[in-house]
Write a protein that binds this ligand. Structure first.
Ligand SMILES: CC(=O)[C@@H](O)[C@H](O)COP(=O)(O)O
Ligand SMILES: NCC(=O)COP(=O)(O)O
Length: 238
């Protein structure tokens, strides 16, 4: 079974347009998304707190009853936050502070020793760890030496190429997920997944443990309603 973790960054973007206590109520939205059937809530607090604020992560931890997945670059501030909150899963993403959105996975060869230390520290605090990664198999081999539990396949290229030819788009991801499985790594996936491309990825990657989806899901909810949208995404994962 592949779990759906809904990324609520863009709910916070909407709230922040009118200040920290404005509508929509981020905590209530998280509770409702769980009630509608999602198996997890994902947030990606960025250093400028342009959507998710550090305090949101503390508050969400108190209300999320499924799994809270906190994504981010393990800066000292981020590490202090996740050490305090101890979410179910921490996904390490190598974004620069000014990045518009996530645009690359880790170079796990270059950062192997650093990632090994971070993974050990997060394990000591009780969080499962996932490393955001492209489809390069050598980088996956290096990821496995860090002690990480899972990798999250960065699916932007799959999503971009899907309409031109979904077989060609999914091929390298299928190989990467199978390789991760052989290395004993759990496989998550995320970025730009949507109602068009999700079902095929799910069919083709039997290893897929979890997808985290935010931007497209929140955009779809404007037309389809949040409850219906969460259920439509879940249906792609059957
Ligand atoms: C890690 C990742 O893949 C991102 O997709 C992410 O969490 C989205 O971040 P933004 O919502 O800031 O674009
Ligand atoms: N890890 C990916 C994620 O949480 C959401 O990415 P997107 O659906 O907002 O592109």
């Amino acid at each position: 079974m592949t779990k759906l973790s809904v990324n609520i960054n863009k709910i916070a973007t909407l709230r922040n347009a009118r200040g920290p206590h404005a509508r929509p109520d981020l905590l209530q939205v998280a509770r409702d998304i769980e009630r509608f059937g999602a198996e997890g809530i994902t947030v990606h607090p960025r250093p400028d707190e342009r959507h998710i604020r550090y305090q949101d992560v503390r508050d969400l931890h108190a209300v999320v009853t499924t799994e809270l997945n906190v994504e981010g670059n393990p800066t000292p501030d981020f590490l202090a936050l996740v050490r305090e909150v101890r979410p179910a899963q921490v996904t390490l993403v190598p974004d620069a502070p000014e990045a518009l959105t996530s645009s690359a996975g880790w170079d796990t060869i270059l950062h192997q020793a650093y990632l090994r230390d971070v993974v050990a520290e997060l394990h000591a605090h009780g969080s499962r760890v996932s490393i955001f990664l492209g489809i390069d198999l050598a980088l996956m081999d290096a990821a496995a030496t860090t002690g990480t539990d899972r990798i999250e396949l960065y699916t932007e290229a799959y999503a971009r190429q899907y309409t031109a030819g979904r077989e060609a788009a999914v091929g390298p991801y299928r190989a990467a997920a199978a390789h991760a499985g052989r290395l004993g790594l759990g496989v998550n996936a995320g970025h730009d997944l949507d109602l068009d491309n999700l079902a095929f990825l799910h069919q083709q990657l039997p290893e897929l443990a979890e997808v985290s989806i935010g931007h497209a899901l929140v955009a779809d909810a404007l037309y389809l309603g949040l409850e219906n949208t969460v259920q439509l995404y879940k249906r792609q994962l059957r």
